[in-house]
Write a protein that binds this ligand. Structure first.
Ligand SMILES: [Zn+2]
Length: 258
């Protein structure tokens, strides 16, 4: 065996397929075939796909059922308790899902809200990690709510999207709180965090085993956020963890990428 970096899988841990309703996303819309073409061209081994704010979960689920070959896709169910049939549709498909996604800002309620309790219970039961959008709307989407859920459900792996809030003060506050509360079941998704020094700081404080690479495709280009991780100068084992192994290890065994 020659020297040089060992090969490892690159999995985008946070990607969307479909069209956005929120006008601030400029009418952005992509298909599963767009995602397939892009990730193939990038040489990524896989991606965790989720719907958009339209929560067209069943449509994405069916498109994925027909997908074969590289890259490997796994699905996160985009919880939408306001849609009448959403929970039943999720229940029926739980064994074919990898992750539960909750976006409190779109739902206009915190992740700990009682409308989401059946979803969280199901995630625990099915062994699905929970990915929670965290943002600047603190009352609803503040990382504190996600940490409270992590505290309440110690067997649930909770991934804070945007590293707790996509803003240096919020990310630092999230790091402080995770350390203070000694929450061993909390992970940080790197999607859309542009400050490489902040990702570095998180890595130093919590360890590389807590970071999960994501891009927030179809809004962001995966290569841009891959470059942030590359810029950290991690050791081979750490890069392998952040780029795929950490997320992979959280998934139900039959849903793992590798
Ligand atoms: Zn997203």
């Amino acid at each position: 065996m020659g020297a040089g970096p060992k090969p490892f899988a690159i999995i985008d841990g946070h990607a969307h397929v479909g069209a956005w309703r929120d006008p601030s996303f400029g009418g952005r819309a992509t298909s599963l075939s767009d995602a397939t073409t892009l990730y193939r061209a990038l040489g990524f081994q896989g991606a965790l796909l989720m719907a958009t704010d339209l929560a067209c979960n069943v449509e994405l689920f069916e498109a994925l059922a027909a997908h074969d070959g590289a890259p490997r896709f796994r699905m996160a169910w985009f919880a939408e308790p306001r849609q009448e049939d959403d929970f039943r549709a999720l229940e029926r498909r739980a064994s074919s899902l990898a992750v539960l996604k909750v976006h409190p800002s779109f739902l206009r309620c915190p992740v700990g809200d009682k409308s989401l309790a059946p979803y969280l219970d199901l995630a625990v039961e099915a062994g699905l990690p929970l990915v929670v959008h965290c943002g600047r709307w603190r009352e609803v989407a503040g990382f504190e709510h996600a940490l409270e859920v992590a505290h309440r459900y110690p067997t649930l792996a909770v991934v804070l999207s945007h590293m707790g809030g996509d803003e240096p003060l919020l990310v630092r506050a999230a790091l402080d709180a995770i350390e203070d509360r000694r929450l061993g079941n909390v992970y940080l998704g790197t999607e859309s965090v542009r400050q490489y020094w902040l990702v570095q700081e998180a890595c130093e404080r919590l360890g590389s085993s807590r970071l999960i690479f994501g891009s927030d495709y179809n809004l962001n280009h995966p290569a841009a956020f891959k470059a942030i991780i590359e810029a950290l100068g991690l050791r081979d084992e750490q890069r392998a963890e952040v780029f795929g192994a950490n997320l992979n290890g959280l998934l139900p065994a039959h849903q793992r990428f590798f």
